[in-house]
Write a protein that binds this ligand. Sequence first.
Ligand code: SF4
Length: 503
Amino acid sequence: MHPAQDARVILRHADRYDPKLIQGVIGEGLDELGLAPFGRTLVKPNLVIAGPRFDPAWTRVEFAEGVLAALRERASGRVRELAVGERCAITIPTRFVYEESGYSEMLERLEVKRYCFDEVTQVEVPYTHARRLRDYVFVPEPVASADFFVNIPKFKSHPWTTVTFSMKNYIGLQDDRHRMVDHDQALSRKVADLQHVIQPQFIAIDAIVAGEGSTMLAPTPRQLNLIVMGNNQVAVDSVCSRILGLDPRAIDHIRFAHEDGFGPVELDRIALSGDVSLAEARERAHGFRVGLVRVDKFFEGTRVSAYAGPAPGQSADQTCSGGCPGALEEAMEVLRRFDAQAELHMPRLHFVFGDYRGPIEAAYGEKVIFVGDCATFEGTVGDQLVKLESLYRERRAVEPRHAVHQDIFKKMLTTLGEIRAAKHRPYLRLEGCPVSVADLMLILAELGKLPNPYLTSNLALPFAKHYASWRAGTLQRRLTGHAYQHAGTPAPRGAAAPVLPAS
Ligand code: SF4
């Protein structure tokens, strides 16, 4: 058989979140691909943020239930462990998101094991491929040890990487400390590097109700009535890109993974099947809005003004696509979910990114926030002359082994302290590379006088309860020496090697 025929993608119609219907479609997909689970079988959904307020940002619980039931039907005693694992958005305990989304109840009912990737041993896995950012990476033990890995992401747009299909879902493998490393202008390369840890044997994308727009945490629902399945991530993501009328080679992480040998982007090298043709899928997705909107454009016409210059290593017309600017967009979208009129109430704010050389049009009393270590500026802010030097550290100076967790409650206090310290100044600076969505949400909430989502009345108590259990568990693992497995760990199992030569 020609290797191209090994990369298979199936497009199936599914018009509702009925676990039985989904189980049937997924089961037929597994059979068509000749796949059955074995050993430690691990299913990775996208629960970056979840619960009804954030539909359709996440892989719906009914979808996961259908996938798990189909896998179990085909287990035939060869599955040692059937588990679901995820690390949701940073600072939020994954156990909290499992509760909010209904996953906890479903997993208990199905007797499926639950892994919070932020609460397990982190394994150091070496990288040896040519274009890597680093020589090693940390991933959770269940990922490093998976025999049969199933990726079940959401079909949605993304502010940093244009789209989220299967490969981008790998960012949810890493805990907070390690996720933030290289989550900057090199994000697409980071996503491609993570492909070298493990490849899934089976991919099933929840595109029944997809998420469109320029945000991944609070996208707009778009009914596509599709389940996309396959056995090769590059092929699956390439077909999904083409459903949206995009050239997969124009999406950096897909192109990088293709060039690293993980699969084909060309349609004539992918075996397509199913009861929905590519043409029909395209028709369903006609006009679908994707991400990667420049931050200054994103906030046009609002009470937030954004000014963006290039990050280190970028040309003058570029902005950091994987870090602070997109984080501000996401932070604003989350706040809009808690107060749809957010921008009507807030005072005017100005955010500056990168090496910005233009004017800042802040009137007297309006705050200017310089975001990120690479922010540099020389000019007038209000009535003050400001000269800001870059604090950016070269990538090789950042050591993942020394990455530390940042406590959200400490962050809140620090944010308040920074705002107070800048009370008599027209500007303040947020350090970090990147500055996280959480940090920017806290700043926007505080300076914009908007509700702080972490303290919203019906969420605050369960959040604090799960947060305390999470941190206590982490502390215990550290004290008992189970937080890390360092270099020398055997190579991970699963379909870990590139499966097809790049064309
Ligand atoms: S500080 Fe922010 S904008 Fe600058 S390189 Fe880092 S992530 Fe990008």
